[in-house]
Design a binder for this molecule. Structure first.
Ligand code: ADP
Ligand code: MG
Length: 339
């Protein structure tokens, strides 16, 4: 054996004793905080804490999607300012359009004039008249939106710009989970859980080397949002899941429980039988939009829609007479074995 050969053998032996030689050992990190008027809870295995990069990504996202930030892309569009669309907006727009088409407009990001008229938690409902709803409905229709190519990038064509508004809040939280999960993957993380306000992306395993466990909360009448009783535990290593539920904001009218979701086809709060809809899909953005769509469609049409889609499942909690409720799951929903 030559000297070089001997050195190589020794180097290989050393490497086999120290398989991680030269590589920093990965560890699990947890980053938590508040964003988009809700919380985030992010766990991942990486070489270093990525909280700073996560915050930067969340702020960049907010600068596109937020309706509270007056200079965001959506706010500028809603003020009637012609603006070059950023990648976040364009990606959100494509998925929103796809889900609107799938649901014949039960999901519609142009619903804002109706949402604003009804008010947060429907606090303006006393002032609503059928005439108001009729005129506002003229401003709500995703089909009037389209994209235009220009030398500087893509622009939105919105004939009602400045009057009809766009509201991505039914899809943005889920999309933000995808964005953060991608960021973590690009930093080398293979084991991760991203939870933003109850929308979740998970991949790989937790700190104990076991599948991640997430809960679907019970739809209890809890306006404070303080109670979080678990209805079901889902155990999985790879999943994007979003929940839309009316149990945080609702009111009774004519003995009927009305949700905080608007049915764009009628202009009134959705008269659905669902207390909550949890959807698992190929992206968290898609799951989020589909969960909101199910809340509008109700259990029958919602289930029919989900069963017809590939790699998409749902867990529906249905209001029954009195205070009781029933659960319906699509054929492939990933319920844990150990429940
Ligand atoms: P949550 O996670 O709070 O249950 P959703 O994802 O269902 O929320 O989004 C609800 C929000 O979406 C509402 O507050 C409103 O701004 C908007 N919205 C209401 N109805 C619709 C609809 N039919 N299509 C799209 N967005 C809607
Ligand atoms: Mg949603």
């Amino acid at each position: 054996m030559s000297i070089m050969g001997a050195i190589l053998v020794i180097a290989l032996l050393l490497l086999s004793i120290h398989p991680h030689a030269g590589r920093q050992k990965k560890q699990y990190f947890t980053n938590q905080g508040k964003i988009f008027g809700t919380y985030y809870n992010i766990r991942y295995e990486a070489d270093k804490d990525l909280h700073e990069s996560i915050l930067q990504a969340l702020l960049a996202f907010d600068a596109s999607m937020s309706t509270f930030n007056p200079t965001s892309t959506i706010s500028r569009l809603n003020q009637g300012v012609d603006t070059v669309l950023d990648t976040y907006f364009l990606t959100m727009y494509q998925t929103a359009k796809e889900v609107s088409e799938l649901t014949n407009g039960a999901f519609d990001i142009t619903v804002a004039p109706l949402v604003n008229a009804w008010g947060f938690g429907f606090k303006n409902k006393e002032n609503i008249t059928p005439e108001m709803i009729d005129s506002l409905r003229q401003l709500v229709d995703y089909r009037r939106l389209s994209l235009r190519d220009a030398a500087d990038g893509q622009h939105l064509v919105n004939p009602l710009a400045g009057r009809g508004a766009i509201d991505a809040s039914a899809i943005a939280k889920g999309y933000a989970c995808d964005v953060i999960a991608d960021l973590l993957r690009s930093e080398g993380a293979e084991n991760l859980l991203v939870d933003i306000g109850g929308e979740v992306v998970l991949q790989g395993v937790n700190q104990e080397g076991k599948p991640w466990r997430v809960g679907i909360t019970k739809p209890i009448d809890d306006i404070s949002g303080q109670q979080n009783e678990i209805q079901e535990i889902i155990e999985s290593t790879n999943m994007c899941m979003a929940t839309s539920g009316n149990y945080r904001q609702f009111y009774y009218e004519g003995g009927m429980r009305r949700s905080h979701t608007i049915d764009p086809r009628t202009g009134y709060p959705a008269e659905s039988d669902l207390l909550s809809a949890t959807v698992v899909s190929t992206s968290c953005m898609r799951a989020d939009a589909l969960a909101t769509a199910c809340m509008v469609l109700g259990s029958e049409a919602g289930m029919a829609l989900i069963e017809q889609l590939d790699s998409t499942e749902c867990y529906l909690i249905i209001a029954q007479s009195g205070d009781s409720m029933a659960v319906r799951t699509s054929s492939g929903f990933p319920l844990s074995e150990s429940r």
